[in-house]
Design a protein around this ligand. Structure first.
Ligand code: ADP
Ligand code: PAZ
Length: 322
């Protein structure tokens, strides 16, 4: 699902009659939906580079929002205070359809150092085929109730229920995702969709956590921030990524997540108005509920674990056209 992170001031202010209305947009959606916007709304999409926007959005949030970054472990969310003078360098991992790993060295200074094609699209695509789920939310919901041990081959399955202590692997470590399916003499329909979804989510989140940490290590980066629409505040996803980073770093590094994780590109494309000479970008936090709350609410597992539902506030940005 290519995103269409677009923030418009046109609708608010209205374009003078006969004048072309143009708004900033980024991501695949800026290409995919350009004709639709033109045809249905008469709006031209002014495309901004996706990586530029992600980094601008992330830098902005980490500086402007006091409670933006948090760690997540064993169901506990802990906000991390970011020292503005000691923010860079850091690793930004954006998990959309695919995954981009970006080393950020300063405002507008970054390098996409790695990525993986096993990302959110893989979870949703494979999950849809394997479970017949009709929506991403349904697939995610299934994973809450599943047990990955039914399908994943654990170290204990290989070593007669024992830990492999010599190389530091506990019996419950996944030795091979989906590995049990080779020996079970079962067909797809013999597995519960819940268990399949859980295994898939663990496999993908674990893999992303591992690759991210190894890349952070490669560049000596202390901090890794995970963002992107794939995460959506989902406890189990964050937990798995955090465990992977903890495991591979032997406890040296901690995964951090961003409260407004799915909107970095949108925010960055909005901020590019400033770059193009629209001065007076005004930013202030509002107390209204953000879209993040909308899909976190009503579902227990998505609730912030320490009862901070009201913590999620939207960021209201406005520009004064000069
Ligand atoms: N409601 C949803 N519908 C589809 N995908 C979703 C949804 N919520 C989260 N996702 C995840 O987000 C991914 C797409 O992320 P997004 O940032 O929109 O992608 P892209 O950057 O490729 O445009 C999907 O592959 C899926 O894993
Ligand atoms: C091509 C992309 C930058 C597009 O971003 P997305 O729409 O997935 O958020 C991303 O899918 C990606 O980084 N894919 C991984 C490609 C790779 O490094 O193997």
């Amino acid at each position: 699902m290519p995103s269409t992170p677009i923030i418009s001031d046109c609708q608010k202010h209205g374009a003078p009659a006969g004048e072309k209305c143009t708004i900033k947009a980024t991501g695949g959606g800026a290409y995919k939906y350009a004709d639709l916007f033109k045809e249905k709304l008469g709006i031209c999409l002014d495309k901004e580079d996706e990586m530029d926007c992600l980094v601008a959005g992330s830098n902005f949030l980490l500086k402007a929002v006091h409670t933006e970054a948090f760690t997540y472990m064993d169901g506990q969310k802990e906000f991390v205070q970011i020292d503005h003078d000691d923010l860079y360098p850091y690793m930004l991992v954006n998990i959309g359809s695919g995954v981009s790993m970006i080393k950020v060295d300063g405002p507008g200074k970054f390098e996409r150092v790695s990525g993986t094609n096993v990302g959110g699209g893989t979870f949703w695509g494979l999950g849809r085929l394997l479970t017949k789920c009709k929506s991403f939310d349904e697939l995610l919901e299934l994973s809450h109730r599943g047990n990955n041990r039914v399908i994943d081959m654990l170290v204990g399955d290989i070593y007669g229920g024992m830990d492999y202590t010599k190389i530091g692997l506990s019996s419950t470590t996944i030795a091979s995702s989906f590995g049990k399916a080779i020996s079970d003499n079962k067909e797809l329909e013999d597995y519960k969709p819940e268990d399949i979804s859980r295994s898939l989510l663990r496999m993908i989140s674990n893999n992303i956590g591992q690759i991210s940490y190894l890349n952070a290590l490669r560049f000596g980066l202390k901090r890794i921030f995970f963002a992107g629409f794939f995460i959506r505040g989902h406890a189990y996803t964050m937990d798995t990524i955090a465990v992977a980073v903890h495991f591979w770093s032997k406890g040296e590094a901690k995964a951090m997540f961003l409260k407004h994780e799915g909107f970095l590109g949108a925010l960055g494309s909005f901020m590019s108005y400033e770059k193009h000479g629209f001065l007076n970008l005004k930013v202030h936090q509002l107390v209204q509920q953000s879209p993040v709350d909308a899909y976190h609410g009503g579902d227990k597992i998505h609730d912030p674990p320490n009862g901070e539902l009201n913590e999620n506030r939207s960021i209201d940005c406005s520009i004064c056209l000069s």
